[in-house]
Design a protein around this ligand. Structure first.
Ligand code: SF4
Length: 482
């Protein structure tokens, strides 16, 4: 049984000289966000709004596949959602069902053929797939499939599941998907669209978030609840780990494709990736971040004049730190939101300049002051060093760095671009060495217990991880590593 990728996209243009600024000011990147809607006459338009709300999860490419029940319409491109989609493209995305995707290219490179949803000819019909996450055993499965004659046309993990489905002995799509999902190890939230149905699945550990909502008669799925809010949908529940949901003209049916494995939603979703207005498994991200900052102030107090946070993801934690410490919160760092995503390709000197253009220290706020700079994480250490220097250049008398997560010592295999220990400063250095490297007057990290208490979780889950993946802090991975 063979499966063939379909090339039906218009190509978003991007100059070879543009360079993503994201790498200049942030060190961690999520791999993607997904959105799907079934049963709404403006499915593509709403998917566009949903993707805009998920833009923070991936800025390198975006795509929408829609269907009217008879045929697909597809548009994908490199760039931001607003760069990829123009109103005439959206009008051509007909039908009452659609899936969409925003991408950060951790795996597979920044090439158009890797921009999702990927579209295939599958057993005589059209099939589109959009995923968030990464498979730990993708290479092993791919090798196995290639030996059996499969030909891959992208370097995306996503293609693996379609080849597995194509080789399934089951004729019925839902059974073929279920059988294929059972072979996957890793983190994923899948949306699959055919002309007749939408199939949605979340990995058995629940590493990546996925929520279900309702908009009138329509069903809506999104990586984060902020995208449900953006389209006016009501949150119904989160898709359960190991759960598969099928939506078609007979309505919505949920079933398990695997028992719940060790429950382990990514702790970094709360620390950094998710938008503050999202709720993940019932916990509001802003509230959790504020509590991280509060706990950090209790664990690592410091005498200072002003608290500031690195925008945007550390603002909530900085507010929590300020409230708990009694030190006033000030906007000591300002992000330029209008620079856009790209610059002319830099040499190293221009790269340093790029950071200054994107992030500025407020001289009026920090000059002559003892500043607490709250950030969400230190990965390689280069960004922290630059920000400390920005504050010193603006006249800060002292810079005390407080990190609202524990030390990142281990790589992530689940779709976050920290893939080797070598690149992690905390894998090789202790706190004092890191402090010296980034040039801070003092440095402290939130404890693991502090993090878990801050996120909290209602219900009976217990044990050290309390239902979260903490592997990049502890090295204790929730899945097998292949
Ligand atoms: S290893 Fe870290 S970044 Fe990766 S899924 Fe686990 S908590 Fe998230």
């Amino acid at each position: 049984m063979c499966v063939r990728r379909v090339r039906m996209e218009r190509i978003g243009e991007q100059s070879p000289d543009v360079w993503s600024v994201e790498g200049a000011d942030r060190e961690l990147h999520e791999e993607c966000g997904v959105f799907g809607i079934w049963g709404h006459p403006e499915a593509a338009q709403l998917t566009y709004y949903g993707l805009l709300a998920l833009q923070h999860r991936g800025q390198e490419g975006a795509g929408i596949v829609s269907s009217d029940g008879r045929r697909f319409a597809v548009h994908r491109g490199l760039g931001l959602v607003t760069e990829v989609f123009h109103s005439d493209y959206l009008q051509r995305l007909h039908g009452d069902r659609a899936i969409g995707h925003v991408r950060y290219p951790t795996h597979g490179g920044n090439r158009l053929e890797n921009v999702q949803p990927l579209v295939f000819n599958y057993r005589g019909g059209e099939l589109a797939v959009a995923t968030n996450g990464a498979l730990v055993n993708a290479e092993a499965l791919k090798h196995h499939l290639e030996q059996q004659g499969s030909i891959f046309q992208s370097s995306s993990d996503t293609e693996v599941i379609v080849h597995l489905m194509a080789r399934s002995a089951h004729d019925e799509l839902v059974e073929a998907v279920k059988e294929s999902l059972r072979l996957l190890i890793g983190a994923y939230a899948f949306l699959i669209l055919t002309n007749e149905k939408m199939i949605v699945a979340r990995d058995p550990n629940g590493l990546r978030p996925l929520s279900l909502g309702r908009l009138g008669e329509a069903y809506v799925f999104a990586s984060e609840t902020c995208a449900l809010d953006a389209v006016g949908a009501e949150w119904i529940r989160d898709v359960e780990p190991g759960e598969m949901i099928v939506v078609d003209r007979d309505g919505l049916r949920a079933q398990r494709f695997a028992p719940v494995a060790r429950r382990a939603i990514c702790a970094f979703e709360y620390i950094y990736f998710a938008r503050p207005d999202s709720n993940l498994e019932g916990v509001n991200v802003h509230v959790a971040r504020k509590l991280m900052g509060k706990r950090l102030a209790e664990e690592a107090p410091v005498k200072a004049d002003v608290v500031t946070g690195v925008p945007d993801s550390s603002i909530s934690a900085a507010i929590g730190f300020a409230e708990a410490s009694g030190i006033p919160y000030e906007m000591g760092l300002v992000k330029n939101r209008y620079v856009g995503r790209t610059f002319i390709r830099p040499d190293q000197a221009k790269r340093e300049l790029g950071v200054k253009i994107k992030l500025m220290a407020m001289r009026k706020v920090v000059e002559g002051k003892r500043v607490v700079m709250v950030d969400d994480s230190i990965v390689r250490g280069t960004t922290s060093r630059r920000i400390v220097q920005l504050l010193r250049d603006a006249g800060a008398k002292e810079v005390h760095v407080r990190i609202s997560s524990p030390m990142v010592r281990y790589p992530c295999f689940y779709g976050v671009d920290i893939s080797t220990r070598e690149e992690l400063i905390a894998a090789h250095k202790e706190v004092e060495d890191i402090r010296r490297t980034i040039g801070a007057d003092s440095l402290a990290f939130l404890s693991l217990e502090g993090l878990l208490d801050a996120i909290g979780r209602a219900g009976p889950l217990s044990g050290l991880s309390r239902g979260y993946c903490l592997a990049c802090f502890t090295g204790d991975y929730p899945t097998k590593r292949v």
